[in-house]
Unconditional design. Structure first.
Length: 202
């Protein structure tokens, strides 16, 4: 099995160094390299079943590379950074798929019109990205505090309302996760965390 560590060795050192620098920027509290490492852990568990593992790997590395909590185009700019990066160790078609995977994190939905193989990979990638909702309660609370730190420029009443609206929109979905694996692994715990946070009996 080719692991994430093997693939990291194929990323040019200047590109990897730039990514690590970006994920260490001071405005970040949750969207750091620790988030990337957590997703790479899931990737290593799922890589053998992915249609294009290289595409999912690259999307994990780049999907939050541009992160300004005051901006609304972080996902598009992260995708553009990926598209512009020299990645000779990876097939161009995989890199192009990774761009589309990264763009999909903006709405956190699978767009229409994708091929079946790409849809399957996108489902698992988006589920990995949302795996944080299913962590133990103590870790979920730390995640929630970290998101608040990233949005400390927003005054509490407005932040609280916006955060509640976002979390309620997730809870209102028929399923939070897109793949069979994601639903089996994360759905129940994620809904419990969201209900606890929103103080909804369930």
């Amino acid at each position: 099995m080719t692991t994430s560590a093997d693939r990291l060795a194929r990323v040019p050192e200047p590109v990897l160094a730039d990514l690590r620098r970006r994920y260490a920027e001071p405005q970040r509290a949750y969207h750091t390299w620790a988030h990337i490492a957590a997703l790479l852990g899931w990737f290593d568990q799922r890589a053998d079943g992915l249609r294009d593992a290289d595409a999912v790997f690259l999307a994990i590395l780049f999907h939050d590379a541009v992160y300004d909590p005051r901006a609304k185009d972080n996902e598009a700019r992260s995708a553009a950074l990926l598209a512009q990066s020299a990645l000779p160790g990876f097939d161009a078609a995989s890199a192009a798929k990774a761009v589309r995977l990264t763009e999909a994190t903006a709405a956190h939905r699978i767009p229409n019109g994708l091929a079946v193989d790409e849809t399957d990979d996108m489902a698992e990638f988006l589920d990995m990205d949302l795996s944080i909702l299913a962590v133990p309660s103590r870790v979920f609370k730390a995640y929630d505090r970290a998101i608040r730190r990233e949005y400390r420029h927003v005054s509490w009443p407005f932040y609280g309302m916006a955060r509640r609206r976002i979390l309620k929109s997730f809870l209102a979905r028929p399923t939070l996760y897109f793949s069979d694996w994601g639903r089996a692994t994360f759905e129940e715990a994620a809904r419990a965390n969201l209900r606890r946070k929103l103080r909804i009996r369930g």
